[in-house]
Write a protein that binds this ligand. Structure first.
Ligand SMILES: [Zn+2]
Length: 947
């Protein structure tokens, strides 16, 4: 099947769901409009709600991003620099392998360096005088080997640190005989400042002074920067960790503390030893040192769980503690395998390179991702924390206990954990109605995966540096979506049985994707091993076109066929026939709107007509893809679509089906297979919609037309149409949480009011401004659910609005996002300059660009980018997700061939490495939009005029 070996290309994420980078730490925050500097209280950082103001970008409408993938993007650097001259990648020789690492680290807080000893028990499988291990950035003091029964050590004759391959090549004067022994390496290294390997995480102390936590982040290949090791996921070993640290600090590692004693010669230090670990991969080993508070609890099985927080914030760890304790119980029951460690710590540090990292027994999170404050966090933030904690906890089994053999199968790890987090949270907190979140992610990934610039989720990766180029939103969310489809196809019991079988067979070992499919096949008797590769090894998905539905007695005969679905219909003809899927298809009918009337595996070639027969009464609707779980789209004839309308209005159709019908219809409009008035007319059936998930599909449509029509004579009319659609629900929700309201309404309020502001609803903006004025006076407190909307409304006032913000700098995340709502061109320039000033973190300029771009300020952003492209090129690592986001957001909002050509030429003349895929996606989007506007202007004119 198609294997993507493209080098130097990275894919984009437009928005993050729960890990929006928000530059944690206590930065000095200086608005350009005010001369004053105001210290930001870091306790107020919490992540931007996924439903917050970023989320209505009219260009892509993506609502989510991924915890861990952000850091994977940064790994693309070496590949993007390669230019065809990359060193040939080699895995380590396996003549000598580790059994146990006995590691001692003694860091120095003033120089940010460390002294270390690695005494590695190894098995020499084949006599050799050469040992090769991964290592980088070390100064080696000595290397010696002692055989198990030898009295004397054998000193290394020569050792070379090969920086290109990141290996330490050691030669001994004679061959090490087959058998066991200990390789001892004394060395020193640096505590890094780039949030990788063994690094320092900066924060402000209570008096505003700069302080550091020390922590580790080893996935995928950063363990080698901390200790010499076999840094490959399949080379597992046990660990004895010893940390020599200042006596006032907390030291943590994967396992519980075994001993904690004063240093014999240094009264300021102590020596903390940890219990021997289970057998595990290098990338999940971890330790951390710092000033931390904690909250704790014990599961019914006696597992001690703690949430460590920065000092003074432990109450904010209470919710995560509850989630982790419950999740451990849930997964134990689900997999039939107990959590194998005696403790589980979650640690929040101020700065962390990704949202969270699943180190076994010591999961490290960025502070804003883990901590929840009852007064300051929105409902959506709390739900996001529950999902992230459940995701990382799932990795304790799927990833840590059974690990991918090589990085090529990372998608499965992440896709699987991204599915299980929903299953788990749905069970633990049914009131969250958490699958709604997934549906928002799901419709976004379907849109991305229909583009010509998509890629298969399963791709061979030889060099771990290439992970960044293939491991993205599609891998996470499509991965989760297709696992959800398997779960639905097999049913929970069989799926569970297969999973448990897969895990028990490979405990403390490694496996590949095919091993999981084989286990599910074995336990279910279904051909999962044949079905699933059609979804993992090809990009895209099928669209089923219903040609005819014929009533025959008490049955309906449905005639249909499928093809690959392309958003760009001009790409369709060339490639359609080479794609073939084996698809589990379901049918639902009006007389049983929650059941499944037919379940069938479609094993036809593309473009071949076939029939499905289902028991059904005359006059009732039948709908393909019950609950919109199948990873495919459906096109119905217009008359069939109309039959759904009464059941959409009455909500007899399930919310997932209401969403599915609308999103499929909209996709066919974008692809030129239906027209715009079809979808805008159809959408009126949703005017009293209550489901937050369905609204995410409506917002996707509204956002897309907002971008499409901006700058045309139809834009104001469209906004009036959109406001009339949104207003009844905005009114119903109001500005304040009602007593006992469901969480869907709380989450929807955030997005709905933000959208109303962004569409320019005068009443909403006035109300928001009045609330803000009262808030400043101290007369009212604005609910965290609506702060984003209020700030956006105030920001539309320009400079005077920002003056008011300065009293609320603790709301940094929301404020920076709100900056995109300013309208005055001069103020926009100031906002952009502020975003790249030294007073804020580098990622804040990206947030501002995204925010401006979502408000239709593409032209200003593009001009700004052109003037400052070297700044962007030089200040972000090559291929990093942040520079990709910038490129995507400054280029993708246009809709003319001229602009596409201008953008293409600009990047030809001014090359920025590692942004090729983002650029291709933008150009594809621009051209799709151009054709769409030409095609539908006339029908939109008619519809919007008569409306
Ligand atoms: Zn993960």
């Amino acid at each position: 099947m198609t294997k993507n070996t493209a080098v130097g290309l990275v894919r984009i994420l437009s928005l993050t769901r729960r890990h929006y980078q928000c530059s944690i730490g206590s930065v000095l925050f200086n608005f350009p409009f005010q001369a004053s500097r105001v210290s930001v209280n870091s306790s107020f950082y919490h992540h931007q709600s996924k439903k917050g103001s970023y989320l209505n970008t009219s260009t892509s409408n993506l609502r989510v991003g991924l915890a861990e993938s952000q850091d994977y993007f940064s790994t693309v650097t070496s590949m993007a620099n390669a230019n065809g001259n990359a060193p040939v990648f080699k895995r380590l020789p396996q003549k000598v392998v580790p059994v146990n690492y006995d590691l001692t680290f003694e860091p120095d807080w003033t120089t940010h360096t460390f002294q270390a000893t690695a005494a590695i028990d190894v098995e020499v499988k084949e006599a050799t005088d050469a040992v090769v291990v991964h290592a980088v950035d070390f100064t080696i003091a000595s290397i010696a080997y002692r055989g198990k029964n030898d009295d004397e050590q054998l000193e290394a004759e020569i050792f070379i640190l090969d920086l290109e391959q990141e290996v330490l090549k050691i030669n001994f004067p004679r061959a090490l005989p087959q058998g066991n022994g200990t390789l001892t390496i004394a060395y020193s290294g640096k505590v890094k400042d780039n949030l990788r390997s063994f690094f320092r995480s900066k924060y402000k102390g209570s008096n505003g002074e700069e302080r550091f936590h020390y922590a580790t982040k080893f996935e995928p290949t950063y363990a080698r920067g901390c200790f010499p090791c076999w840094d490959e996921p399949s080379v597992k070993a046990t660990y004895d960790i010893t940390l020599v640290v200042p006596k006032n600090l907390v030291a943590l590692s994967n396992m519980p503390v075994k001993s904690d004693v004063p240093h014999p010669t240094n009264i300021d230090r102590k020596i903390v030893k940890f219990e021997r670990s289970v057998k595990m991969s290098t990338y999940v080993m971890a330790f951390a040192i710092g000033e931390f508070d904690f909250v704790e609890g014990r599961t019914p099985d006696g597992i001690l769980c703690r949430v460590y927080t920065p000092v003074g914030k432990k109450e904010r760890g209470t919710f995560a503690l509850e989630v982790v304790m419950k999740s451990l119980g849930y997964y134990k029951k689900y997999f039939g395998i107990p959590y194998p460690l005696p403790k589980m710590d979650l640690l929040a540090v101020a700065e962390f390179g990704s949202g969270a990292m699943e180190n076994w027994g010591l999961v490290i999170f960025r502070e804003n991702v883990l901590l929840v404050d009852d007064q300051l966090s929105s409902v959506a933030s709390k739900q996001a924390t529950s999902l992230t904690v459940a995701h990382e906890t799932a990795h304790m089994w799927f990833g840590n206990l059974v690990t991918m053999e090589w990085w090529s199968d990372l998608w499965l790890n992440e896709g699987y954990a991204s599915f299980m987090e929903y299953l788990c949270v749905d069970k633990l907190y049914p009131e969250f109605e958490i699958w709604n979140w997934f549906m928002g992610d799901y419709i976004s990934v379907l849109e991305m995966d229909a583009s010509a610039t998509s890629h298969p989720i399963q791709v061979d990766v030889e060099n771990p540096a290439d992970i960044g180029s293939i491991f993205d939103f599609i891998s996470y969310v499509k991965g989760a979506a297709i696992i959800r489809m398997v779960h639905d196809y097999l049913g929970d019991d069989k799926f569970k049985e297969g999973m448990s079988h897969y895990l028990s067979k490979n405990l403390f070992g490694n496996a590949e994707t095919k091993d999981l499919w084989a286990a599910l096949t074995e336990k279910s008797g279904e051909k999962i091993d044949v079905i699933m590769p059609t979804f993992t090894e090809q990009m895209g998905f099928p669209v089923f076109t219903v040609k005819d539905i014929e009533q025959s007695g008490q049955k309906k005969i449905i005639t249909l066929s499928y093809q690959k679905f392309w958003l760009d219909s001009s790409a369709k003809d060339a490639d359609t026939k080479k794609y073939r899927w084996i698809t589990p298809v379901t049918i639902r009918k009006k007389s049983d709107p929650t059941g499944v009337a037919l379940k069938k595996l479609i094993n036809e070639d593309a473009d071949v007509e076939f029939k499905l027969t289902v028991d059904s009464n005359e006059g009732e609707w039948v709908k393909l893809n019950a609950d919109h779980i199948g990873y495919y789209r459906v096109i119905y004839p217009s008359a069939v679509l109309q039959n759904f309308i009464p059941s959409i209005k009455s909500k007899e159709l399930q919310s997932s089906d209401r969403l599915g019908i609308l999103d499929d219809l909209f996709a066919t409009v974008e692809a030129g297979r239906s027209s715009s008035d079809d979808v805008l007319k159809f959408m009126l059936a949703y005017i009293n919609e209550e489901s937050e998930a369905v609204w995410s599909a409506i917002f996707k449509v509204v956002g897309s037309y907002d971008t499409l029509l901006r700058g045309t004579s139809l834009h104001e009319k469209f906004k009036a149409y959109a406001l009339s659609l949104l207003s009844p629900t905005a009114k119903r929700l109001g500005w304040n949480r009602k007593e006992n309201e469901n969480s869907q309404d709380s989450v929807l309020r955030t997005t709905m009011l933000t959208k109303m502001v962004s569409l320019g609803c005068v009443d909403t903006i006035e109300e928001a401004k009045s609330m803000f004025a009262q808030h400043i006076k101290g007369d009212i407190t604005i609910s965290p659910d609506v702060k984003s909307a209020v700030y956006r409304a105030v920001a539309t006032e320009g400079e005077s609005g920002f003056d008011a913000f300065t009293d609320f700098l603790d709301e940094k995340v929301r404020i920076i996002a709100a900056m995109g709502s300013v309208k005055d061109k001069q103020v926009i320039q100031k906002v952009l300059e502020f975003g790249r000033s030294n007073e804020v973190n580098m990622q804040d300029i990206v947030t501002i660009i995204m925010s401006l771009s979502s408000q239709g300020q593409h032209e200003i952003c593009w001009e700004y980018f052109k003037e400052n492209w070297q700044f962007f090129r030089d200040n972000f690592p090559t291929g990093h997700f942040l520079i990709n986001r910038v490129v995507k957001n400054v280029t993708s909002g246009f809709k003319s061939d001229e602009k596409a050509a201008e953008i293409e030429n600009f990047f030809k003349e001014n090359q920025i490495k590692g942004v090729g895929r983002s650029l291709s996606q933008s150009l594809e989007k621009i051209r799709i939009r151009k054709v769409w506007l030409e095609r539908d202007t006339s029908c939109l004119q008619t519809f919007l005029s008569s409306y």
